[in-house]
Design a protein around this ligand. Structure first.
Ligand code: BEZ
Length: 371
């Protein structure tokens, strides 16, 4: 109640001398978002309505972190373990977060009527400007998984000035070829939609291991009340077109990119190929050991650390903001990287929980960062 009264006072307050309507509007928006911590909003777009949840308050001169989830998941089941991870709090307190649910994937979403034309992945990307306009946010750092990584990449290609950085987990930038389609059709003869989606999300080893995590996600997807909607997002993913990245081509991501894939993930080859097509001076490639298909669920600690380095490279995480342990790791990473001095090749980060090392730098150049 007290918070509600505060908003009414703001609204009734006349403009201060020298205060422009724009400044007043910004203050009102900030107040709205302050009250809306973890609140879900929907906006209408040319392709239907889209729902998203906002956490935190906008920080001046800082982009928003915007997440986009994969097929079979929603913003909560895809990102909650990462964003609630202890060390992640140090990072996210510096950013407002916008977690987008693909249409029909939000909790409690009604099933779309029969014959509903679900947006293509390109159209899902075209919905993002409506979200940013509603929130009055000008730039983002995107974190996307699978289909969500594709959507954010498409958005970055069409709106390069609004994307400061991208973390792309399990991205497959290519349309399905005829071999993939044949395999997909064959699998479809013997597998249900939930099993096909689980095969997209997790490695065969993980699925046959049937850990608690797999049981949890199998249960979520198999019993999803919106399974028909999930199938529509799945179909849009399978009908995606090539992103057509190419080195030296105009069609490329212009911002810093961190590509992430688990070392046994179903999408390892696609991510490796994607790495070969992006600007090596802007791209880091992180192949994560012991993480299976969903590193953000199984290795939130490693991903948080890599994300910290990524943000630091963009000038957003001063070492004074980092823990003593992280600071010493970063110092070794920075000095080792500068010894190499070769900025024309992409950086490969590979993490191993067994050796407890984080290696960074061009292939063949291993830098040990004490973990
Ligand atoms: C966040 O702080 O961004 C967040 C918190 C809980 C769940 C998902 C995201």
């Amino acid at each position: 109640m007290a918070e509600l009264r505060e908003v009414q006072i703001t609204e009734e307050k006349p403009l201060l001398p020298g205060q422009t309507p724009e400044v007043a509007k910004e203050a009102e928006l900030a107040a709205r978002i302050l009250l809306d911590q973890g609140q879900t909003h929907s906006v209408e777009t040319p392709y239907g309505s889209v729902t998203f949840t906002v956490y935190g308050t906008p920080k001046p001169k800082r982009p928003a972190i915007l997440t986009y989830h994969d097929v079979g998941l929603n913003c909560k089941s895809c990102f909650q373990p990462l964003f609630q991870f202890g060390d992640m709090q140090e990072i996210i307190q510096n950013f407002v977060r916008v977690h987008v649910d693909a249409p029909g994937m939000e909790e409690g979403a009604p099933v779309f009527p029969l014959g509903y034309q679900y947006p293509s992945l390109d159209q899902l990307a075209d919905m993002i400007p409506c979200i940013l306009q509603y929130l009055n946010f000008s730039t983002i750092i995107g974190i996307g998984v699978g289909a969500g990584a594709y959507v954010l990449s498409r958005y970055a290609l069409t709106h390069p000035d609004t994307v400061e950085g991208l973390v792309l987990i399990n991205i497959d930038p290519n349309a399905k070829g005829w071999m993939d389609w044949a395999a997909h059709k064959l699998t479809g003869l013997t597998s249900s939609i939930p099993e096909m989606i689980l095969g997209h999300l997790f490695s065969q080893e993980e699925l046959s291991g049937n850990s608690e995590l797999i049981q949890k996600y199998r249960n979520i997807i198999t019993h999803a009340p919106n399974l028909d909607n999930i199938e529509l997002y799945w179909n849009s993913y399978n009908n995606r077109r090539d992103l057509n990245f190419g080195r030296g081509s105009d069609i490329t991501l212009k911002c810093p990119v961190m590509l992430v894939v688990g070392d046994q993930a179903p999408h390892e080859d696609a991510v490796v190929e994607c790495n070969s097509k992006l600007d090596p001076t802007q791209t880091s490639f992180l192949k994560m050991a012991d993480s299976g298909g969903q590193p953000q669920l199984t290795q939130p600690g490693k991903l948080t650390e890599a994300f910290k380095y990524f943000l630091q490279g963009m000038g957003y995480m001063a070492s004074s903001c980092m823990t003593r342990l992280s600071r010493s790791r970063t110092a070794s990473l920075t000095s080792a990287a500068s010894i190499d001095g070769n900025r024309s090749r992409s950086r490969t980060l590979s993490q191993s929980s067994e050796s407890g090392t984080l290696a960074s730098g061009p292939p063949g150049h291993t830098m040990e960062v004490s973990c």
